[in-house]
Every structure is written in C-alpha cells, then in structure tokens.
Design a protein around this ligand. Structure first.
Ligand SMILES: Nc1ncnc2c1ncn2[C@@H]1O[C@H](COP(=O)(O)OP(=O)(O)OP(=O)(O)O)[C@@H](O)[C@H]1O
Length: 522
C-alpha cells in the first residue's frame, strides 16, 4: 500500500540514486559556470534552482560555459551543493509487467542499420505483475486520509484516486511555497545542511547564492512598487503579489473585481518584461512581440492562455495570462520529491498533448523544463514561456525548417544541440519532455548536460541504454512500456527519436489516465 499524501520530505536516497552517487561527477566546470537562476515562486521565496540550468540564447553556438544569452546573467554560478528532498517512503511503486521482447513502443521509428544495437530496450521478461502494484497508490476519498490513527490531522493530500478509479490533484501553490520558505529558512539557519550536500544531481543544489541574489532583487523591486499603468489596472485590476520571477521580468497576480458581483475577483497573471542588458528598444519590443504573437495564437487546454500585451506606466511591456494557482511543476517536485506514478503520468500526458498541439501549429517551445509548466489547483498542466519559441513552419508551408544553436536549460537540452549541424526543433522539445518525466519520477535530474565528454551520467546513460541491464534510473520505471517510451524519447539519435504524436499513441501513452481538470484545462 502506498501513501498518496504529501509525505514528509526526507533525505533518503533511492537505490538508483545511490548508484549514481558512486560515479563521481566531474568537477563543475562548464556546467557550473552556466548555472542559471530559477524562478522564485512568490515574494517570500528565493528562486528554487536546478543545479545545472543554463538558459542559452537561441542561435548561440558557444559552449554552455560561455553562454552568451543575456538571460544567463540573472542566474549566478553555483558550486555549493545543498540538500534535496525525497519522499520518505517509496511511494512510486508501480506495476511490473511482463512484456514480450517484441512489445516495444508502437510506431517507434526503426533504427538505422548503423544504429541497430541502440534502440528501445526490450522488457525484462522476468518482471512480474501484481494487482496491488498495478494500482500504484492507495485508493480512497479525500476525507479518509484527513486524520492519522491517533486522531491528529494529516497534511492535505495533493493526489489521490477515487473509488471509481479516477484520480484527483489538489495543489496549494501557496502552501508549497511556505514549505519551500521553511526549507530556505532551515538552510540559512544552518539546519539540514550537510546531509546531502554532495548529491550531484539534486534539484535543490546551489540555492544559497540564488537566495542572496533574490533577496537583493526583492529589495530593489520594493522601491518601484507594483505596476501602476491605468489601462492595465483598468482592464485587469491591480497587480499585487509576486508569483514568480523569470530572467528579466517578474510575474504578479492582478486582481480584477467582477463588475457584476463585487465579492468576486478574477485573477490574472501579469508578466512584466524587463529589458535585458545591451538590448535596444527595437530588439526588446521584437522579443516581446514574438513571444506574445506565438503564445496568444495558441489555444489548447495544456497551453497557457495569453490574453494581452500592454505597457505599464514605466514603459515596460506586460503580458497578461490566465493565472495558474497551483504553481509550477518545478516547485511541486522540489517540495515533494518524486511524484506518484499516476500523478507523474497524468502531468506527462498533458505535457505531451500540449507539445503535440504546438508542433502541429508549427511552433517549437525550445525551453521546456518544469519551471515552465504551470499547474492549476486541480492539476491541469499548462506550458508557458514562449520566449524562446520558434516557428519552424509557416501556415502556408508543409515542410518544417531545421534550426541550429543552443537554447534552453542545460539538463534538458538535447544532444544534437551541441553539434554544428541543423536539427529538428520538435525533437529537442520531445527530448526535454523525457528529462522532465524522469525528474518527476526520481526527484532529480538525469544528468547535468547531455554531452558524453562532459558528463559522466550522460556517458553512463549512453552505455547503459545499449546494454542488457539498461540505465539504472530508467530501469526503476517498472513498467516495460513506460521504459521503452522513455528510452525512445531519450534517443541520442534525433532522427530516430519518437514524436509527441507517437508518444501519445504508444501503448503506454494510450493507457495513461488524465484527470478531468487536465482534460479540460481547468
Ligand atoms: N500564468 C501564471 N500563473 C502562475 N504563475 C506563473 C504564471 N506565469 C509565470 N508564473 C510563475 O512565474 C515564473 C516565471 O515565469 P516565466 O517562466 O514565464 O518567466 P521568464 O522570464 O520567461 O523566465 P525565463 O526566461 O527565466 O525562463 C514561473 O516559473 C511561474 O512560477
């Protein structure tokens, strides 16, 4: 039986994590120097960080250590490794299936002859299945889990399965942020520090500098006060609390009172764009317009709904979006450690639906990462931040344009981006989705950077995926059909990688249950 609650965070290692630790991480060289600052979740919080994030400019072919993207300056270099949080119990027990060797992902492109040995690995036929394991979590109503045996209240559950087999999410962004604040306080106060400082792939690594940096920025923000543009305020209400920070902008909640019912407020997220250093007015407005043009033309339950682009009193552009009160996926994983299997699967499927949709529309995101996946309180996932978005096919075209250059955050960047050759931007989005899925399932990154010479974890992966044993972190995904899809997504040969459409049509993809909120985007 598996708990479905927000289990108390602990610092336990999972087996594959222990295994990972045995491999010393190469000294933080190129990757550490491009570590990027992550977004804070609210005004109280320092920005959570992934240790190896490196936002890189589209078209920038310099190595990550010398990224030229101005946004990288917001994210300081970190070498300090802090602790991470893992669920105390292994709450991710999932079904083990016996799948015949031939049963791999449907419609997975056939390997090219020269790559024949490196293909989605067959299932281990010795794996057994069990009904209990298949359920993957404790069933029951929300109230059922509200008290412990001794009568003391349990923390509210973020995920559970109803008796009818449907699951539900209940996310409290603010609560999670409080938890993160506590963690920050602990770290600053010197508590819990040493235990896992040296975990190389921790999502929690390298916080301290970010915390300092964030405090500094918050102090300077308070001087300017909230956005006060009349038109913006009139249309969407007053911008108040900060819900997030990006590279050069902050995101606030605007509260608009319903004219028909003064008791009701409509909330919007307002992203304020700041000009990057060395960005002239023309470039600035072009950047924002292209982000706005892309995002406002997309309508899908799993894509953030962008409503408007306005300037505020200071002349800064502000993008108005629907507000997602559940926070972002990064904070969820950071605060809770690895997610439940069905929970992660639900988010993953929503992500793939969003990605399939944008690809059909001729748009690649090019910066998919948990920070850019927003959640509603009921668990609808929405892709946001099209600042690096790319139109690879115009409406009148049938063929996709290839692209070149590094773009995104290091742990999520596909290997072909490090080559001089042009590549399909859709495939790099799909690669990032595979890394994101693994982050949800393990609570950590697979590697710092997908470069064999620079990252031992990635090197091990490339070797492992060809071997009978497979790659340990992926092998912990007990369902063969799931593993096969993940291996097919994380195929280092981009031309062979499966598409979002194929993921959705795989045996595993078709079997994933999405919650109602996720179906409807509510
Ligand atoms: N619509 C929204 N609802 C709720 N929170 C949001 C919304 N949009 C953004 N946020 C929060 O703000 C954070 C920063 O937003 P976003 O990624 O769009 O900024 P950015 O400047 O483009 O970031 P970067 O360029 O660093 O990737 C998000 O990670 C999220 O936590």
């Amino acid at each position: 039986m598996v708990s479905t609650t927000n289990s108390p965070a602990s610092l336990q290692l999972q087996p594959h994590q222990a295994q990972l630790q045995q491999s010393p991480v190469p000294p933080a060289s190129s990757t550490s120097s491009v570590t990027s600052l992550q977004k804070p979740q609210d005004a109280l919080l320092p920005p959570p960080s992934t240790p190896f994030d490196a936002p890189l400019v589209n078209g920038d072919t310099t190595p990550p250590s010398t990224t030229t993207r101005p946004t990288a300056h917001k994210k300081p270099t970190f070498t300090t490794r802090l602790s991470r949080m893992f669920s105390q119990k292994d709450s991710n027990v999932e079904s083990r299936e016996s799948t015949p060797r031939s049963s791999i992902v449907e419609k997975v492109p056939e390997p090219t002859p020269e790559e024949g040995s490196d293909r989605p690995r067959p299932a281990n036929p010795s794996r057994t299945s069990s009904k209990t394991e298949r359920s993957g979590m404790r069933n029951g109503s929300k109230s059922e889990a509200s008290k412990k045996e001794d009568g003391t209240p349990l923390p509210p559950r973020r995920f559970w399965v109803d008796e009818n087999g449907e699951h539900q999410h209940m996310l409290k962004g603010v609560k999670r942020q409080e938890k993160l604040s506590d963690m920050v306080r602990d770290f600053l106060g010197g508590k819990k520090k040493a235990h896992h400082e040296d975990q190389p792939l921790s999502l929690m690594s390298n916080w301290v500098d970010q915390i300092k940096n964030e405090r500094h920025r918050m102090a300077s923000d308070q001087k300017g006060g909230p956005n006060s543009a009349v038109t913006l305020v009139e249309k969407y209400g007053k911008c108040q609390e900060i819900v997030g920070r990006g590279a050069f902008g902050i995101v606030r909640i605007a509260h608009k009172t319903d004219p028909a019912d003064a008791k009701h407020e409509q909330l919007y997220a307002v992203k304020e764009f700041r000009r990057r250093p060395q960005e002239d007015a023309k470039k600035y407005s072009k950047r924002l317009n292209s982000e706005f043009c892309i995002s406002s033309s997309l309508r899908h339950p799993n894509i953030i709904h962008t409503l408007d682009l306005l300037t505020d009193a200071k002349g800064d552009f502000c993008e108005v979006m629907e507000f997602c009160a559940g926070g972002d996926l990064y904070s969820l994983v950071l605060a809770n450690g690895k997610l439940e299997v069905a929970e992660a699967d639900c988010y993953f499927l929503q992500l793939m639906r969003g990605v399939e949709y944008i690809h059909e529309m001729g748009v690649a995101h090019r910066d998919l990462k948990p920070e850019n996946l927003l959640l509603t309180t009921h668990g609808a996932l929405k892709i946001t931040d099209f600042g690096n978005g790319e139109c690879f096919r115009m409406a009148w075209e049938t063929e996709a344009h290839m692209t070149a250059g590094l773009c995104g955050s290091a742990p999520y960047i596909a290997p072909e981006e490090y080559t001089d050759k042009e590549f399909d931007p859709r495939a790099v989005d799909v690669w990032a989705c595979g890394v994101i899925y693994m982050a949800m399932r393990t609570g950590r990154h697979l590697w710092r950077i997908a470069k064999r010479d620079d990252d031992e974890f990635y090197e091990n992966y490339i070797r492992g995926r060809k071997s009978e044993e497979g790659y340990a972190p992926i092998e912990t995904l007990h369902r063969a059909r799931c593993r096969n899809v993940i291996y097919s997504i994380l195929d280092p040969i981009a031309s062979r990688r499966i598409s979002a459409h194929q993921v959705l049509n795989s045996e595993w993809g078709k079997g994933i249950k999405v919650c109602r909120a996720g179906e409807e985007g509510l």
